[in-house]
Design a protein around this ligand. Structure first.
Ligand code: NAD
Length: 340
């Protein structure tokens, strides 16, 4: 196990990499902790929860809503949780988002820690302090930016993670490589999911590197004024098609990244689209799809990344170096048509 402390807004957050779930016993007294997880994680890892007060939620994005917050709060009251209680979210991004939010508002704020159990939650969702819930069709409409006290990385949880969720997480890992780390892209291009499933050391190290990439970006720009925007690489078109079709987020941003790479060819002279495409394919990710461009443009019009002069769009100069550019909506539409 490796402990690293990173500071956000001057406050320390402890990261326990390559750790085991049991380390929780050393971090929080059992009597003042409440673990919150979902049914899938609980069923697959029942033994780990033995002895801990645990709230088990229904799994899935459709439960990342106020009603679940109310259910959790009722149970916390019933369990006698007070200001000394630490909430520990054990699960994917849905669980860490909702638990981070509940911890921010329960008794005006109690301590929180995370044990992320999907690749996506490990390298992305649980890092950076953003949390919250969906309201109707609007994702992450209500929430806070508030850091956890600690994160525990136990890759053993991933043994039960379904294959499509591995692909989903690797889309974000490949995104990190594309915008920040050419060396990591090289490593990824030579391996595949099977390799990381069999090689625990390589997996733990890959996850740690990705956590560090996200942390660095967030530390530079905790409140999303500059560098944090680069994490939106592939997300502009990705979100637009994710809304149109029932697609996994990772699959949608994979297609979005390919469009962004091709658009980069025109805007920056980027010349490594094939490396990105081949790497995405190796991880079972889609690289093309027919979609309604007009409808996608309408979704993008409403996108929060739109400035008055056009769309804030993340492009690559080379693998490992991304920049944010403003593209007029008309030019963006032309480029999307060109590559469809
Ligand atoms: P998720 O939490 O829904 O998990 C995906 C599925 O895997 C669920 O069915 C879950 O029950 C199951 N699962 C989780 N861990 C498992 C395990 N170890 N074994 C077996 N099954 C397991 O989704 P996710 O992809 O982890 O996260 C997506 C969420 O994260 C979205 O709500 C998104 O908005 C949020 N997110 C937040 C941030 C942020 O900065 N706060 C960033 C990115 C994404």
């Amino acid at each position: 196990m490796k402990k690293r402390t990173f500071h956000f807004s001057g406050k320390p957050v402890n990261y326990y990499f390559d750790a085991s779930f049991d380390v929780l016993n050393k971090l929080v007294p059992v009597e003042s902790a409440v673990l919150i997880t979902d049914e899938n994680v609980f069923e697959a890892h029942k033994k780990k929860f033995k002895g801990w007060s645990t709230i088990v939620l229904k799994p899935g994005e459709q439960y990342k809503v106020q009603q679940t917050v109310d259910v959790i709060i009722d149970q916390l009251i019933e369990l006698g949780a007070d200001r000394q209680t630490t909430l520990i979210g054990v699960g994917g991004g849905v669980v860490t988002d909702i638990v981070g939010y509940v911890a921010g508002v329960y008794m005006r704020g109690v301590a929180v820690g995370f044990v992320p159990t999907t690749i996506l939650a490990m390298v992305d969702a649980s890092i950076g302090g953003k949390n919250g819930i969906d309201v109707g069709l609007y994702k992450n409409m209500v929430g806070l930016i508030r850091q956890p006290q600690f994160l525990v990385y136990d890759v053993d949880f991933l043994k039960s993670l379904p294959k499509h969720q591995w692909e989903n997480g690797f889309a974000e890992i490949i995104k990190h490589a594309a915008i920040k780390d050419a060396k990591m892209m090289k490593e990824l291009s030579m391996n595949n999911i099977g390799y990381y499933q069999k090689n625990k050391k390589a997996l733990a190290s890959l996850i740690e590197r990705n956590v560090q990439i996200k942390i660095k970006v967030v530390q530079k720009d905790e409140f999303e004024k500059g560098d944090r925007k680069l994490l939106n690489f592939g997300h502009t078109i990705g979100h637009a098609i994710e809304n149109q079709h029932v697609l996994l987020h990772g699959h949608a941003i994979s297609i979005g990244m390919v469009y962004a790479a091709k658009i980069s060819q025109v805007l920056t002279g980027f010349s490594e689209t094939n490396i990105l495409v081949e790497t995405l394919k190796k991880y079972g990710l889609p690289t093309a799809m027919h979609f309604d461009i007009q409808e996608a443009m309408q979704v993008m019009q409403k996108d929060k990344k739109k400035a008055s002069a056009g769309m804030q769009y993340v492009v690559l100069q080379k693998i490992g170096k991304a920049v944010s550019e403003t593209i007029p909506m008309k030019s963006l539409e032309k480029l999307i048509k060109l590559y469809s």
